[in-house]
Structure formats: structure tokens, C-alpha cells
Design a protein around this ligand. Sequence first.
Ligand SMILES: [Ca+2]
Ligand SMILES: [Ca+2]
Ligand SMILES: [Ca+2]
Length: 149
Amino acid sequence: MRVAAPIVSMTLLLFTTCVDAQTREDTFRRADRNGDGVIDREENAAFVDVDFNERDADRDGKISHAELQVWLRTHVYGQQPGTPVALPTAAVSAVAATDIQQKDLDGDGFISRDEHRKAAKQFFRALDRNGDGRLTHNEFGRPPGGQRQ
Ligand SMILES: [Ca+2]
Ligand SMILES: [Ca+2]
Ligand SMILES: [Ca+2]
């Protein structure tokens, strides 16, 4: 059975909903490969894996706390990779630690690809307000629990 794969991580949303509409826009466009304004299941699956690979810098199949901090600094604000964002180290460290805590189901201190997929799937469900397995631009742009228009 094919399972609908998820799309963005909790961490990304946490930051982007608080901070930066442009980053949300960029993320949506990256995930929406065929540009039809909807992120479907196949696009989700592809995006989640690419997203994992970006975070797992040393390609050992696990996202470490250090890797996640680097990723947050270089991706969260839609910056070019390698252009660190001036965020307080303690804040980035805390966000990374919280993210790992939430996703690390086996408690080894790392986020595995499988754990990443599971978390992203939950998140996708939260965003998919009408439950049709597709994310529209409108659904994507607002945090779960946010107000409907
Ligand atoms: Ca699409
Ligand atoms: Ca790693
Ligand atoms: Ca783990």
C-alpha cells in the first residue's frame, strides 16, 4: 500500500509561520513540481526525501542536532545554502533540540529518515484541512489551527 507522504517538517513551519511569508512561498513552489498550485502525494513524497537529504549533511541516514542547526540557519529564511542567518545560537539550538525531541521516536537522539517521514505525514494531515490528500496554496500558507477565511 502506498502511504501519502508528507511534506514539510514541523520545524520549518514553526519558523516560517512566525517569520517569513516569502520562505513559505519558496517552499511551496519547490514542492509543487508541476506548478499546478497543488501539492499532491507524489510531490509530497519527493519533497520530503529531498528535504531529509538536505538536513542529513553527512549522509549517514540520521539528522543530528548539529546538522539540524546548520540546516535551520541556511534554509529557514530562504537564504542560499552557505549564507548563515544571524540568529542567536541558543535559539537555533533550542529549536533544533525541540524538533528532534518531537520526532525521535526511538529515542536515539537522531531523526532517522523514517522518523522524518512520519513527522512530515502528521504535519501534512494537519495542514490538509479538507482531507483530500492535496495541499492547496491556501492550506499551506497557514498554520494548523489557524483561522479559516
Ligand atoms: Ca502540483
Ligand atoms: Ca547525519
Ligand atoms: Ca531516532
